[in-house]
Write a protein that binds this ligand. Structure first.
Ligand SMILES: [Zn+2]
Length: 353
């Protein structure tokens, strides 16, 4: 038991000593606390806080400035965007207008592109219609008579008079002009060609130079012959917008064919028909006949043909007078005066007079 109390006593004593020591340390600590350091730490903390507050304010100000700038920027950009949108609308409207104009222009161009084909087609259909009539006349089915009055070597100084005379005879009288650029001199050839075309006459090819005597350009070689036909074709196309389809040999097909074998085949290769005549006014020889004689020849010779092809010349004044007299007489006999088409039955035979 004594031992037990001794142990308890020792423990209590130790605890009392420890408590006394702790109290002594606490009092000592309190007595020796460095107030200076404590105040310095407070000041430092306050300064740090102040610095942070300053930084925060500065940051906020900067942020607000940026926001202001951005707001202004957005306003400016907005104004620009509105202006841009307006100009885009204007551009779109202008583009739409251009698109419409382009569409119209394209349609017009397509029409123009198709026009020569359409005209050529219409011309061919008309030619085929007349061919039908010719076939009926030749077979005796029709009592109608046709006269193709042809005039060679123009345009000349009197082509205008021929055209005026034909106009006076009414819209149903048409002739065929076998034209040659170099056959005669005249001031207003191109105007005459256009007028012939516009009046519904047939405008055809009679070589470019008309230089057809032996050694001349027309029959000197097949190459030269081709060039003569092509140059006249091109000239007529440039002036009238149409390619002719019928060729007349200067001097006649017999003359040309004898001088230049192969010329007829070459013409076919070039897409041409050729036409001579079965009535001849003989108005281009050494001795020129009177108008009365020419008129007599026109009426008597044509009357022998169901389909007459009369040869006359575009430079002979007597021929003009004879034509004015002969046409009404032949009309009385049932002849219609038509322009010559490549589809005609009168293509490809040598002159019979
Ligand atoms: Zn001629």
């Amino acid at each position: 038991m004594r031992v037990f109390f001794r142990v308890i006593n020792s423990i209590l004593l130790t605890a009392a000593l420890l408590a006394a020591g702790f109290c002594a340390y606490y009092v000592y600590s309190y007595m020796t606390f460095p107030a200076d350091r404590y105040h310095a730490e407070i000041s430092a903390t306050e300064a740090e806080t102040e610095r942070l507050r300053g930084e925060t304010v500065a940051a906020r100000e900067e942020t607000e400035q940026r926001l202001d700038f951005l707001r202004a920027d957005i306003r400016n950009n907005g104004a620009e965007a509105v202006a841009l949108a307006d100009s885009i609308d204007e551009m779109k409207a202008a583009q739409a207008e251009k698109d419409v104009k382009l569409q119209e222009a394209q349609e017009e161009a397509a029409l123009l592109r198709d026009m020569p084909g359409a005209v050529e087609n219409a011309r061919r259909q008309y030619g085929l219609k007349i061919r039908e009539l010719e076939d009926k006349i030749l077979s005796g089915e029709s009592e109608v008579r046709i006269c193709y009055w042809t005039l060679d070597d123009g345009p000349t100084f009197i082509t205008k008079d021929f055209l005026d005379a034909l106009d006076e005879m009414g819209e149903h009288v048409h002739v065929t002009f076998f034209t040659a650029n170099g056959a005669n001199e005249s001031k207003d050839e191109e105007e005459m060609l256009r007028r012939e075309m516009m009046s519904g006459h047939s405008v055809q090819n009679h070589t470019f130079s008309h230089d057809y005597w032996e050694g001349g350009q027309v029959y000197i070689s097949l190459d030269s012959f081709r060039e003569q036909v092509e140059k006249q074709d091109e000239w007529l196309y440039q002036v009238t917008g149409f390619h002719p389809g019928i060729f007349r040999f200067p001097g006649g097909a017999a003359w040309g064919g004898d001088l230049l074998p192969g010329a007829k085949d070459l013409l076919r290769e070039m897409g041409y028909e050729w036409a001579d005549w079965n009535c001849n006014l003989y108005d281009a020889g050494q001795e020129l006949p009177t108008a009365a004689l020419e008129e007599y020849r026109a009426i008597t010779q044509a009357s022998e043909e169901k389909i007459a092809v009369i040869l006359g010349h575009d430079w002979n004044m007597q021929t003009l007078i004879a034509m004015k007299g002969a046409i009404p007489v032949l009309q009385e006999k049932g002849y219609v005066f038509l322009p010559l088409f490549p589809e005609s039955a009168m293509m490809g035979f040598n002159a019979t007079r």
